[in-house]
Design a protein around this ligand. Sequence first.
Ligand code: 2AL
Length: 174
Amino acid sequence: MDISDVNALSYEEFVEIFGNVVEKCPIISAAIWTQRPFSSLAEMEAQISEFIDSLPQSGQEGILRCHPDLAGRDLRSGTLTRDSQEEQSEAGMNTLDPLEVSRLGRLNSAYKERFGFPFVICARMNNKAAIMRELVERLGNERTAESKRAIEEVKKICHLRLGNIVLSELPNKL
Ligand code: 2AL
């Protein structure tokens, strides 16, 4: 799929395909639909970014709350979205030992208690050790700074998900 294929999608197809590039926030793809045609995937990504930036802090924190915990209940019960499932597996979240699970669980709870939203990090760009380190480090941030920091991670996750969708069909075009 290339950008002209993307521009040719109906609204329903577009939201079906891109609705989860920001976890459980199809409203974002629904919103940027009106910005078509996109000149490139980078422009589409920039529109998503701009939309997120235009939200008040409460809206941005709402986006963060749509994210599942790392190695949390959804992973254990198999109720993650397919995207999250793959990302968390890649970062080794499904092969933590019991001590690591309980440490991460305690840190996730402390983070949520402090900020009111879950700890979000681009799992694909990190490994187990880096995730633990970042979580401890970011627990020391102030709320507004941390909210911004977490939104940067949402954008990284979105970047990789977009690339996955568009690149996944590249071989058919070669
Ligand atoms: C996630 C997730 O599900 N995938 C990812 O990259 N990060 N969740 C999170 N709380 O950071």
